[in-house]
Ligand binder design. Structure first.
Ligand code: SAM
Length: 406
């Protein structure tokens, strides 16, 4: 049964929802204030999953989220309760309010903090272009979601018949959105029969992990960024405020289009084309439209990177060959500009050097991994937290070694 009262209620009737988020659905709304932190009464359906699992999903909407820009989430009551602290994180929403600005103003005041503009790009619809020099690692924009849908409610393949319960939930979600035009304009790329929510989310959404459930989120401004296989920006999601930020992977010049990769970076061209099929466009990015020879050379480097990565992790690899392979690996990754993968790569290198009895090198790779991971992923996320734990172990060994040398 749902948790409907808060232990501290009697003492503090004005408790923050972040301290005691309640599980609410359409039968058991929270007592006071009703439905908080949502502004609408939840609407729920029990949905039968692939393995005949029965899960209750509800539509939760808040027209107050992100300084009135709104948010509607289709998820389980548990995940909705876990979102309460993020919904109440006004500091972050206020800090990033420039994303609500029209024509360089924030609530009537001139704002020159926005380093980009959205314009038409030949052959790609709209796109985001830099209006001044943007430095590597700079946060270009911070954006909040308008729609989030649990991935279980999505037919795996486009056109596959969705669950009837899901369709009703999509209808209610669309009904509760204040700015329907925003979603409609993001959804006009598909034929009839596909629900407008599914349509918009498939073309524009980012995969998220929320309270250990997979979900897809539509972030309207960052969704204007077109795809490039060698992008100059990377989307970073932070769970504590639900913000999606675009972080520059290298220096960007004024007039340059700001791009992100819709698919994991580092794949060779054939895999990229297959993975991009979901978006229904012929990729015209710099890497895909490069001369055949350049594409071939890049593919060869990417394949070599994967091969080396497996080779390095093979237990039979000696310490000496690990050093050689690492050198070659890093050089290739630099040529292919796989900077957003460095956190991942260096974390593995930290472990390998640690296992081979070289904690000094392990520490160097570990700290570099953390620096990159904190730039391109959630600093409070699982990956960064795990890295910090691993670094502590390495530090302990280093301290013990120093002690034994004295
Ligand atoms: C998330 S939207 C990006 C913004 C979009 N251009 C707009 O006008 O709103 C994704 C769509 O943009 C277009 N697009 C994105 N990257 C592209 C690329 N590299 N080449 C061609 N079209 C692209 C495709 O139509 C794709 O389905």
């Amino acid at each position: 049964s749902l948790q409907t009262s808060c232990p501290s209620d009697a003492l503090n009737p004005f408790r923050s929802p972040s301290l005691c988020p309640l599980l609410i659905d359409d039968d058991t709304p929270s007592p006071f204030p009703p439905n908080q932190p949502w502004t609408h009464r939840p609407y729920c359906e029990v949905v039968t999953g692939k393995e005949d699992t029965q899960t209750q999903f509800c539509v939760y909407s808040s027209s107050a989220f992100n300084i009135g820009s709104e948010l509607s989430v289709l998820t389980t009551p548990e995940t909705a309760a876990a979102l309460a602290p993020a919904l109440s994180n006004f500091t972050s929403q206020w800090g990033a309010r420039a994303h609500l600005a029209e024509k360089g103003t924030v609530f009537g005041y001139a704002d020159d903090s926005k380093p980009y503009t959205v314009i038409k790009i030949p052959g790609r619809g709209m796109g985001v272009v830099a209006t001044r020099k943007i430095k590597q690692f700079e946060t270009i924009m911070t954006n909040f979601p308008v729609v989030i849908v649990d991935s279980e409610l999505f037919p795996a393949e486009e056109g596959e018949k969705g669950n009837e319960g899901a369709r009703e939930l999509f209808d209610v979600m669309f009904e509760q959105l204040g700015d329907k035009e925003r979603l409609l304009s993001a959804a006009r790329s598909r034929g009839s029969g596909v629900h407008v929510i599914e349509d918009a989310v498939r073309t524009n959404a980012f995969g998220l992990s929320l309270n250990e459930r997979r979900a897809k989120g539509f972030f309207p401004e960052i969704a204007r960024m077109n795809h490039a296989c060698d992008p100059n920006a990377f989307p970073r999601f932070t769970a504590r405020d639900l913000a999606m930020s675009a972080v520059a992977t290298r220096d960007i010049l004024p007039g340059e289009e700001i791009t992100i990769s819709y698919i994991p970076v580092g794949m060779s061209s054939t895999y990229r084309q297959k993975s991009l099929a979901n978006w229904h466009f012929n990729c015209t990015c710099a890497l895909c439209s490069a001369p055949a020879q350049a594409i071939e050379a890049s593919d060869a480097r990417r394949e070599q990177i994967v091969e080396l990565f497996y080779g390095m992790q093979d237990p039979s690899t000696t310490y000496e060959s690990l050093i050689e392979m690492t050198k070659e690996f890093i050089e290739l990754a630099q040529v292919e500009r796989l900077i957003t993968k460095v956190g991942e790569y260096y974390q593995v290198l930290m472990k390998l050097f640690y296992e081979k009895g070289d904690p000094e090198s392990a520490r160097r790779y570990g700290s570099a991994a953390l620096m990159f991971a904190e730039t391109f992923s959630d600093p409070e996320g699982e990956f960064c937290v795990g890295l910090k734990d691993d670094l502590e172990i390495v530090d302990k060994v280093l301290a013990e070694n120093r002690g034994s040398r004295l």
